[in-house]
Ligand binder design. Structure first.
Ligand code: FEO
Length: 389
């Protein structure tokens, strides 16, 4: 049995996925990930909170080989990286009752073909007693699915939060211990997964911060033994606050757009604005997502392919639209050869962004002196608008 002790009768028994490099066939995982699972042995009943990705079901069951009974299999979130091994756990413990939220029941039946008779739903604030341990459940919808909930171990003062407050990283440390690398992984995770749900997260933070806990135990990454760190980081990330920063994702085919990006960046820096530039042809989109958490402005740079934006730029715009950063301003720059509709086509891909478009600079061929002056004007306008925030 492989188990890492958190408190008396509470162990982490999940899997470190050291080699995984992509999630959802989209999200880069530079440091792997973990699927945390928690075993709680009370004086009367035993419960597991969440399972692991089904690819690791066999190894996970080996972690549980000394467990002789299981009363409750609690699933806080139905996505398969946590629920995917429920069928195998139920094969080993056929009398275990699956505990989940009302909305999760249908998802578990549909995705995993679980028998509805084996599922018990819990209401907001409902408790389950394990004897000397009590779990209380709170609905925290949209972190990042509609059915998500958290479990509060009242006597042990632990909040089991599943994806909420987690981070994609594999590692040997049980707790974050204030490691800045864990916080960076958590910000990356927030940017990629949670950012579109800022209003729901604000409500969920208000709910959970009323609870009494000294450990947050998420389903990915290390546990937080100073929970105030991750709570205050989330409060900032979901707040309206933006930084005096411009993020410039771009593609350049023959150097024209790259020259414009470079000139705009220098003008912004001269105006006291922080700049982060991402060449989309080679960039880690997780880093771009992180930069978008608090940037005040996005400037998209694209050459023209036929009459529209470069397909890689279009892909990034669709992604930015999906993760809904809180940027206040946007602009488009780029170049073309003989015809272009780049600006309109890029902006049409961003309906979810509540941004004021400050303008565009599109040049024919290589940027001339006039185009460079237009870029300088754009930089000055951005700097002025940032000062007004
Ligand atoms: Fe870690 Fe939404 O699953």
């Amino acid at each position: 049995m492989y188990a890492r002790k958190i408190k008396d009768g509470i162990h982490e028994v999940g899997i470190q996925d050291w080699g995984r490099r992509l999630f959802d066939s989209l999200i880069p995982l530079p440091d792997g990930t973990s699927y945390n699972s928690y075993l709680l042995r009370g004086s009367e009943k035993t419960a597991l909170i969440d399972t692991v990705d089904p690819d690791f079901a066999k190894e996970y069951l080996e972690n549980l080989d000394e467990l002789d009974k299981l009363d409750y299999l609690i699933t806080l979130h139905s996505e398969q990286d946590h629920s995917g091994s429920i069928p195998q756990v139920l094969e080993k413990f056929p009398s275990a009752v699956v505990i989940c939220s009302e909305k999760a029941k249908d998802l578990l039946v549909e995705h995993l073909r679980l028998d509805p008779a084996q599922i018990r739903t819990v209401a907001e604030g409902e408790t389950i007693s394990l004897g000397d341990k009590t779990l209380q459940f709170y609905y925290t919808p949209w972190v990042h699915w509609p059915e998500t909930m958290v479990a509060h171990a009242i006597e042990d003062r632990i909040l089991f939060s599943c994806d909420f407050l987690g981070s994609h990283s594999a590692g040997s440390e049980l707790f974050d211990n204030g490691d800045p690398a864990v916080m960076e992984a958590a910000k990356r995770y927030f940017a990629e997964i949670m950012m579109p749900f800022r209003p729901a997260i604000r409500g969920n933070l208000a709910k959970i911060t009323k609870l009494d806990f000294d450990i947050v135990a998420p389903s990915h990454g290390p546990l937080w033994n100073h929970p105030e760190d991750i709570i205050s980081a989330y409060e900032d990330w979901v707040s309206p606050r933006v930084e005096n920063k411009v993020v410039i994702p771009y593609v350049s085919m023959h150097g024209s757009t790259a020259k414009m990006v470079d000139h705009l960046a220098k003008e912004l820096i001269k105006n006291g604005v922080k700049v982060e530039i991402f060449d989309l042809a080679v960039t880690d989109i997780g880093k771009l997502a992180m930069a978008l958490v608090d940037a005040a402005t996005i400037v998209i740079g694209s050459p023209t392919v036929h009459v529209g934006p470069h397909p890689i730029v279009a892909n990034a715009a669709i992604l930015a639209n999906a993760i809904k950063p809180k940027a206040r301003f946007a602009a488009v720059i780029g170049s073309y050869g003989w015809a272009n509709q780049v600006v309109d086509r890029i902006l049409a891909l961003l309906p979810n962004l509540k941004v004021e478009v400050l303008g565009s600079v599109i040049c024919k061929g290589v940027a001339k002196e006039h185009d460079l002056q237009e870029l300088a004007k754009l930089a000055s306008l951005i700097a002025d608008r940032h000062k007004q925030l």
